[in-house]
Design a protein around this ligand. Structure first.
Ligand SMILES: Cc1cc2nc3c(=O)[nH]c(=O)nc-3n(C[C@H](O)[C@H](O)[C@H](O)COP(=O)(O)OP(=O)(O)OC[C@H]3O[C@@H](n4cnc5c(N)ncnc54)[C@H](O)[C@@H]3O)c2cc1C
Length: 389
């Protein structure tokens, strides 16, 4: 692995910072926190207008020619300031999947529109009875001439409230082993028979249940072959677990803690940092943070070489999200009773970010593959251990 590959990103940081300073409104962070919707429409329009969404794409599909390093640095900077672009993250995973497995017609239909900021795509994999075992999906798609009729329910269809499409995993053949009878569809959210209900999670994030009652889509909305959905899902999942951002992995939380610990006084007049146990915990967090950053850089390095990061994406996701849980738990221990003050409470340290971070960390090890599933992937594919399931 050659870290020099990333020097070019460092040279974009100043310009990225200037772009964010000039365009981002600080109240957007608060809006995302209050609404639980981790995507801001105005910001998305600006990112599209300035070609940042379209930075890393071929011109024939709407690529803007903007330097991909600059675009990545902008997203890093947004993450650092606490602004998420979750709707765009899922959309870009699906766009990369379309790039890999879509027909030329599909590439021309979906890629330019999404890169112009006119399409957002949510992931419709999980169901009430299938999350980790996603291949057990019960939502069905039945062919009717040139159309498919979709019936079923999806759980945790995050950011669907802003999306133009849901990327739906559906069963197209119930009479074969479960992995072999699935297909993927891009379902417009303005389709007749589509419905959505909000779900508010412990971490404050809003996600959704989405419902499909005789929803009709044309065959051109099918991505990949009939019954070839499992292979398509695999491409999409690899992109999900490799969507790592070295600049936004909670680094600022530990920095905030260190800043607080330097000045906060205990009743005996000493600072929190004078306590060697607190200092040791903060030091360990900083080490975890660096490991997380390096694992993320490895993903980027592989992606830059044109590889599809596989098991590396799982390693990053597992380490980053479990470290976030350890950190937020340690932080609450160090803070004591003040640590549980929520963002709206008077006197909450760091404006309540620690309490909020603790709740958010709980769900981190669930979405995008649970820790148990990721460990199995690493055991099988990295260490060659026998399959457990
Ligand atoms: C905030 C949030 C956002 C989400 N966003 C989306 C989204 O946008 N689109 C989408 O499709 N899904 C989304 N999900 C769903 C997420 O992918 C699933 O919750 C996840 O895959 C786990 O599935 P499950 O909830 O059904 O739990 P289960 O699969 O029922 O797992 C329950 C427990 O059993 C363990 N377990 C299950 N199988 C095994 C096994 N074989 N070996 C060892 N342990 C096992 C799990 O690790 C877990 O601890 C989201 C979830 C959350 C919480």
């Amino acid at each position: 692995m050659d870290f020099r590959e990333f020097d070019e990103l460092a040279s974009h940081r100043e310009a990225a910072c200037a772009w964010v300073e000039a365009h981002v409104r600080p109240e957007w962070v608060e809006e995302q926190r209050r609404s639980g919707t981790h995507q801001t429409a105005e910001l998305h329009t600006l990112l599209a207008r300035d070609g940042i969404l379209a930075a890393d794409w071929a011109p024939e599909y709407g690529g803007s020619g903007v330097d991909p390093g600059f675009a990545r640095a902008v997203f890093d900077e947004l993450g650092r300031r606490g602004l998420a672009c979750d709707g765009w993250s899922t959309t870009s995973m699906v766009l990369r999947t379309i790039e890999h497995v879509g027909t030329e017609e599909q590439k021309r239909e979906y890629l330019p529109a999404a890169l112009r900021g006119d399409r957002l795509i949510a992931l419709g994999y999980s169901e009430p009875d299938s999350g980790s075992d996603v291949a057990a999906a019960k939502t069905t798609a039945v062919r009717d001439g040139d159309e498919w009729v979709i019936n079923g329910q999806k759980m945790f269809t995050s950011t669907a409230q802003l999306c133009s499409h849901v990327f739906v995993l559906a069963r197209t053949d119930p009479n074969v082993p479960k992995h072999k009878g699935l297909s993927m569809f891009l379902v417009p959210t303005d389709s007749a028979g589509y419905d959505i209900q909000p779900i508010h999670t412990l971490g404050g994030q809003r996600t959704n249940a989405t419902f499909y009652a005789d929803v009709r889509v044309p065959d051109s909305a099918r991505l990949g072959g009939v019954d070839g959905g499992w292979g398509v899902m695999h491409v999409a999942l690899v992109h999900e677990r490799s969507a790592s951002s070295p600049g936004s992995d909670g680094g600022s939380l530990v920095r905030d803690l260190a800043a607080w610990a330097r000045t906060a006084r205990r009743p005996d007049g000493t600072t929190v940092l004078d306590d060697p146990l607190a200092a040791e915990r903060i030091g360990r967090m900083a080490v975890d943070e660096e490991v997380t950053r390096l694992l993320a850089l490895r993903n980027r390095w592989r992606a830059q070489k044109g590889d599809l990061p596989g098991v590396e994406g799982s390693m990053w996701k597992l380490f980053a999200t479990e470290a976030a849980q350890r950190h937020s738990s340690n932080i609450l221990d160090i803070l004591g009773p003040e640590g549980v003050l929520a963002p709206d409470a008077a006197g909450a340290p760091a404006g309540g970010r620690f309490e909020e971070g603790f709740r958010a960390a709980v769900v981190g090890t669930i979405y995008g593959g649970t820790s148990e599933i990721l460990r199995e992937i690493i055991a099988e594919r990295h260490l060659g251990l026998p399959r457990n399931r």
